[in-house]
Design a protein around this ligand. Structure first.
Ligand code: AMP
Length: 451
């Protein structure tokens, strides 16, 4: 099947051709004709499956007819994070280059004034994070009554981040006879309920998880001593043929410490986590994409869904608390036909978590032991105030409980937002916590693209 078989316009086919795609992915094959026909849709698919184009492409054609009016966007795409919102807008630019559609992006961390200006000019497509959208709505700066197409993307992530009440409220402000598309990697009960309440007779399409279907990722578990994880990571980074790697950790503090430690060990490492301001996050990502640094230490909140080409390795410095995050993490490698390696460091305390992720992926992950006595000379010195524990007899060591695994002091996620208008205590995490970014503003804000 080709893209031409899906009923897309010639301009769109030209833009797709320019992107170099020859064949639609399964989610695109399933979704595009239904969206063009105006049907509601539930897409059980995650990033890496081509799901963004599955809604962006038909939306461009649907919106190709008709005109936008000031403050009344014609369509709305809700994304859980600023990074994902920006990524979707890039997709609109790429595929919409032969159309004359206008787009506005409403994300926290970018000056509100520019976003309002873009809305005043009229937007065919509004891409927003729920917090900022609610904020603008409360200030009377936006009307959703002309919004006939709604996309709720990464719905399970929205749930993790406490956005479901906001989404329900947003849904009530749109016309009831709108078209609604909901995408989610998983369908936990609250998402199912949301779909039942706000979608009308939707077509459901489920595509294989990239991790279960994806044989292009060589997955491994390396069993390590809890006290020597950093050394083990350094050894692996040196032993593996690492072109560039994302190293995931469960805690923001570990992300910071690990990035600093890797730098001290001579690696070109950067970091990205939820406590960083938006311009800093973007800068680090750009440095990674431009190959100024080749190791990016990251937390789950900011890294989910990011589409960075050519990541050769993913390391899980910690086994993720939620098995789903494992799939998202390793899905950052082995993309677009390339091969990738996903290595998870696991201590003896992690066996339960490993069992749940093996259950989720439906496969046993190859596991090997990191030799406790192997070279530590080049690794960072453990700096535990000189109270290095004497290793016990090697044979029994692995069977023992590790020496006090640190308790997670503060999780990156899930974030639960209980109040409709939260105090920005964890400012960078919540979408509309700051309005003071003076950094680069996407050039397409409020302007026609393509044409
Ligand atoms: P997504 O699942 O939307 O995050 O997309 C994952 C990656 O697949 C992105 O880099 C897209 O540019 C790419 N992609 C989307 N559709 C296709 C296609 N039909 N053929 C090849 N690559 C695609």
């Amino acid at each position: 099947m080709t893209f031409a078989d899906l009923g897309l316009s010639d301009q769109l086919l030209r833009a797709i051709d320019d992107s170099g795609y020859t064949e639609p992915t399964p989610i695109q094959r399933g979704a595009i004709p239904s969206v063009l026909m105006g049907r509601d849709l539930v897409g059980i698919a995650q990033t890496g499956t081509g799901k963004t184009a599955a809604f962006v492409l038909p939306m461009i054609d649907v919106l190709g007819h008709g005109r936008s009016r000031a403050l009344m966007p014609r369509s709305l795409i809700l994304e859980p994070t600023r990074e994902l919102a920006a990524q979707v807008s890039e997709n609109f630019e790429k595929y919409g280059k032969y159309h004359k559609l206008s787009m506005a992006l409403l994300i926290g961390g970018v000056s509100m004034g520019d976003q309002v200006k873009a809305l005043q000019k009229g937007a065919d497509v509004l891409i927003a994070t729920p917090g900022r959208l609610m904020d603008l709505f409360a200030r009377g700066k936006i009307l959703l009554t002309g919004c006939n197409l709604l996309v709720i993307d990464e719905a399970d992530r929205m749930l993790d981040m406490g956005f479901i009440p906001d989404i329900e409220e947003i849904c009530t402000k749109l016309p009831t006879n709108r078209q609604t598309l909901l995408f989610s990697a998983t369908m936990p009960a609250p998402i199912k309920k949301l779909a039942d309440k706000f979608l009308s007779n939707p077509k459901t399409i489920e595509v294989a998880r990239p991790a279960t279907a994806n044989t292009s990722i060589d997955q491994r578990i390396v069993r390590v001593d809890a006290r020597k994880k950093k050394d083990a990571l350094v050894r692996l980074l040196k032993a593996e043929d690492v072109k560039n790697a994302i190293v995931f950790s469960n805690r923001k503090t570990t992300v910071r410490e690990l990035a600093a430690s890797l730098k001290r060990s001579g690696f070109a490492a950067g970091q990205i986590h939820g406590d960083m301001e938006q311009p800093e996050r973007i800068k680090e990502l750009e440095r990674f994409k431009a190959e100024e640094i080749n190791i990016l230490v990251a937390s789950d909140v900011v890294a989910r869904g990011l589409d960075i080409k050519g990541v050769s390795h993913v390391f899980n410095f910690d086994v993720p608390w939620q098995p789903d995050d494992y799939i998202h993490r390793i899905g950052r490698t082995g993309r677009a036909g390339a091969r990738g390696v996903g290595i998870t460091l696991a201590t003896s305390a992690d066996s339960g978590a490993i069992a749940s992720l093996e259950k989720l992926t439906g496969m046993e992950i190859a596991s090997l032991d990191e030799a406790p006595e192997s070279a530590t000379d080049e690794a960072e010195k453990p700096s535990r105030k000189g109270r290095e524990r004497k290793p016990k007899a090697e044979k029994s060591e692995r069977r023992e409980r590790p020496a006090r695994e640190p308790r997670p002091e503060r999780a990156e996620q899930p974030k639960v937002r209980r109040e409709p208008e939260p105090e920005p205590t964890d400012a960078a995490e919540l979408e509309d916590a700051d309005t003071t970014w003076n950094g680069p503003v996407p050039s397409f804000l409020g302007q026609g693209f393509g044409g």
